[in-house]
Design a protein around this ligand. Sequence first.
Ligand code: LLP
Length: 444
Amino acid sequence: MDAPDLSTPDPDAAELIAARPMLSRHARDGLLAEGTPLAAIAAAIGTPVWVYGARTLRARYRALTAALAAAGLAAQVHFAVKANDRLAILRLLGAEGAGADVVSGGEIARAAAAGIPPGRTVFSGVGKTPAELRAALVAGIAQINLESAEELELLAAAAAATGRTARVALRVNPDVDAGTHAKISTGRARDKFGIAFADAVALYARAAATPGVEPVGLAVHIGSQIGSLAPFRAAYARIAALVRDLRVAGHTVRSVDCGGGLAIGYRNEPVAGPEGWAGALAASFAGLDVTVMVEPGRWLVGPAGLLLSTVTLVKQAGGQRFVVLDAGMNDLVRPAMYDAWHGIVPVAAADLVAAASPADVVGPVCESGDTFARDRALPALSPGALVAILDAGAYGAVMSSAYNARPPAAEVMVGLGNAPFQLIRRRPAPEALWRDESVPDLPP
Ligand code: LLP
């Protein structure tokens, strides 16, 4: 579950830091990210600022591919670009060999701009427009994951218009409950995603008979932040059965795209890791001679990023302590949107060892939902103190908005070797927020 299980006590700052290789503590400099003092980043760039760890990102990608290889899978990894689409992140993962899983024309263009070849990119999504489908075919995208019979018609038209052949995987809805937050569950029959299981064989046949369309396999993605293997196994079993049914019916099925969804332990809770996932994949498709593809997002980038923020003031009201930050729900919306729990740790060396007591950690936005944490054990933070909101590398900056006319936070990367950190996205000037607006001549 993404909603925190509050039956166990919160991990303290020392436990959170110890469980995250990106972080370490220094007796004088306080909290470090891959060896760089977060205080130095805040002093140079200001806050709020997203901090990503290049070494952590690389290590996680390698751990995932090693787990897949150890399970005997020659799997293709397509990073779910939606989790973090920054060019620096995509370039780094692309250089490691990752392909891209994209869901819009914008993501197709971003992945290409970051140097991920279209031949290593798959295009998912429930509402691809005719223009996006044509652009994907012209770019030479490796595979389009088809989500409906209606979309097959659009794709056939795009193939005819461009003279290209579309290699497609049918995204099947296996009707499996992923046991995650309702807003990020995608594989139940009532969810908007995929083709009903019962319709899959007929639609595969129809796709095979459609000029310009070549069905090559199946795809499935049942949701995100899935902590146990059971729902994955249930979904993959249905897909494996479908592969057999399709072959009996005379169809060619070369690949299965098994989506993403692997959870991370935001609260240090135990979750299935890449080894377990790889084992489930290997067991599910053993003997079927299919290429296994995966589309992880969160697991790769989540723990490789944090949001660094300054305490604006500490307010006492109604017997409650409110720590008010300069970051808000417009920066990191996950707590407001999914009741998500993110670790929040102080940065200064003295704050890391000071006695803690409960506080609500909130942002400046004019909504009560702009609350990062309730009753969180934190030291007596003073205005100007820094805090790090952890595991914010996935679905963080990409979901931010300019609500309350708050410009997007800057973004930096550490662990590059040549400098303590590098700016990968500067904070835009306030005027950039209204640069594309125009004011009409208003009638008197
Ligand atoms: N493939 C498909 C087709 C997807 O829809 C997604 C995520 C992924 C792969 C990657 O899933 P991951 O490995 O990251 O779990 N904003 C939400 C999560 C939304 C996930 C949407 N789809 C959050 O902040 O929790």
